[in-house]
Design a protein around this ligand. Structure first.
Ligand code: AMP
Ligand code: MG
Length: 473
């Protein structure tokens, strides 16, 4: 197979945000994981990807004659404070690939070495465990029907990565609808404001975002407003879908929010075991800014930052621009509510109504009170010891078991079994990661080999000590 033909669309259209760069060669690359279903979707031959030439492509040392890899510049609010220049400090956009179905995808590396955006003291590298974690979690989200960036491969570099201890290094090959982030707009807006980029940079960024992600609006008379509305709607839906599956992203900084509406950046994310609206897993989220139940509020906060970057394009008059932005941001709450309440109704096997809203609210209160396991409780609702009155009201609405089954997975990548599998992988044994990956790829199908993922951790089995995640650096 010839090396896949990568385009350099981002580099051409948004050169102010791109620094031509090359991946650091991996000393002795070997495939730790290859996503065969995704390779097929992209028209790539899994057997070729496993060859030396395939590994040279996947690690960016030979991305093909036409490729022009770049490190992307972006800014971002991290835990509420603004960093004007983050950018790809350990990542690289190899280029864009057109799949056989005509769709366009970014092929991007994470852990490919230092770039001009790497901060002092950082190494530009990634360890095998966190990269496998990103693969497993993103495949789980994908199988649950949640829009997400995905991992085409995890390549062990054969080199060491120094963290608290020395770990095996890896490169994640990430495939995304794009890597345009809220933070990309923040950086572009700041460059224009400072006179360091031409005025039309934001216009081009809006046009590129619409063309790639919201093509129905590409010819709108008011493109910036159309984009803002589309991103508000996409993010409202995304966060609702996360929460319906018990997902806590963990680091919803504005640089980790896409304009495509895909989930991105799986550092300290986790799935709920016992239901607690205030659940926090990340070691660095001490204030609970990114807690489970805070996610809609934070998404809207981030979208406010996004809207600010678009103000000059929304209307010539500043007051009119703010009014337009507020109107568009006002779409978040109804869009979130529709997706969340509609999704809860489906989990109950019901079409949404005032009755389903009331039943769901009552059930959430009961689940939270008992810290009942999120995934297992929903999957086994008829077996739960729920109040007779609640059950009678639910049954009177004639719930559809098929609808409920399709909305309630049997399994998610539970935190502790996944961590144990990643630890084994870093010690050289990938078998358990492979088992978990296969199991989370069919979350609605019973399996004999996934009881640790399907069944909540038993009390006394370490299950009551809070699970803590660490950023995947
Ligand atoms: P993230 O936590 O992945 O959203 O990354 C936030 C910022 O830190 C981005 O600019 C990353 O490129 C950068 N970063 C994270 N880990 C590393 C690393 N090991 N070396 C260099 N830069 C990094
Ligand atoms: Mg990030």
């Amino acid at each position: 197979m010839p090396v896949p033909a990568l385009q350099h669309r981002f580099a051409d259209r948004l050169p102010e945000l791109a620094v031509p760069w090359q991946a650091r060669p991996a000393p002795a690359p070997t495939l730790a994981a290859l996503n065969a279903p995704l390779a097929a979707e992209l028209g790539l031959d899994p057997a070729w990807l496993a060859t030396d030439a395939g590994l040279a492509f996947l690690t960016g040392t030979e991305p093909g004659p036409g490729a022009r890899p770049v490190a992307q510049a972006y800014a971002g609010h991290q835990f509420g404070s603004y960093s004007p220049l983050l950018g790809d400090g350990r990542a690289l956009l190899l280029g864009e690939l057109t799949a056989p179905d005509g769709t366009l995808h970014d092929v991007h590396l994470k852990g490919s070495g230092l770039t001009p955006f790497s901060r002092e003291g950082s190494d530009g590298l990634a360890a095998l465990g966190p990269m496998l974690r990103e693969l497993v979690v993103s495949e789980a989200l994908h199988a649950l029907g949640i829009p997400t960036t995905r991992a085409l491969a995890v390549v062990a570099t054969g080199g060491p990565v120094r963290r608290q201890r020395v770990l095996p290094g890896a490169v994640l090959v990430r495939v995304a609808d794009s890597h345009l982030r809220v933070g990309t707009f923040q950086h572009a807006a700041a460059l224009v404001h400072a006179g360091r980029a031409p005025e039309d940079l934001l216009t081009r960024l809006v046009a590129e975002s619409l063309e790639r992600h919201h093509p129905g609006h590409a010819d709108d008379a008011a493109p910036a407003l159309a984009l803002l509305r589309a991103v508000v709607a996409a993010q409202a839906e995304l966060v609702a879908r996360w929460m319906l599956m018990g997902f806590v992203h963990g680091v919803m900084n504005t640089d980790n929010m896409t304009v495509s509406g895909q989930s991105i950046d799986f550092g300290p994310c986790a799935f709920l075991d016992g239901f607690d609206p205030d659940a926090v897993f990340s070691s660095i989220d001490r204030g609970g800014r990114y807690a489970y139940g805070a996610q809609p509020r934070i998404a809207l906060w981030n979208l406010n930052r996004f809207a600010e970057t678009l103000l000059p394009l929304l209307a010539p008059d500043p007051e009119a621009a703010v009014a337009a932005a507020e109107e568009a941001l006002g779409g978040f709450a109804p869009a979130f509510d529709a997706a969340w309440q509609g999704g809860l109704a489906a989990k109950l096997g019901l079409a949404r109504s005032a009755d389903s809203d009331a039943l769901a609210a009552e059930l959430l209160r009961l689940l939270a009170q008992d810290r009942a396991d999120w995934t297992a409780s929903w999957a086994n609702l008829s077996d739960l010891p729920l109040p007779a009155d609640w059950l009678a009201r639910w049954r009177a609405l004639d719930p559809d078991p098929e609808l409920a089954r399709a909305a309630n997975p049997l399994r998610v990548p539970r935190n502790r079994p996944l961590q144990a599998a990643l630890d084994a992988a870093e010690d050289g044994d990938l078998a358990d990661v492979e088992r978990i990956l296969a199991a989370v790829r069919e979350p609605f199908t019973p399996r004999a080999d996934a009881s640790d993922l399907d069944v909540p951790p038993a009390p006394g089995a370490g299950g009551e000590a809070p699970f803590v995640t660490f950023c995947g650096t």
